[in-house]
Design a protein. Sequence first.
Length: 94
Amino acid sequence: MNSTDQEADEDRNVFVIIGRVFEQKDDDPIDVHILLAAPDDDTAVRTALNALAEEGYEEAELDQIGVMDGMPDEEPHASAFQGALEGEIAIIQL
């Protein structure tokens, strides 16, 4: 990995966003964790909301956002973390 790749990785944190989504406005909520890479929390939230809309969720309530400090030990979060490093957005239904 060259220094440009390292700088790009340092500029893109892996965020975890915790919240609930609704397939239809009056449906029961579905708890979710969303993992994605972004340069800042505002971009992470916008990207997550766009991904949820693309997946067909009508409404979302996002409660918490944080930066992951390393790969989780357990699935499905470990795979989602790796996917986020590769540019994917993971929506994990709990």
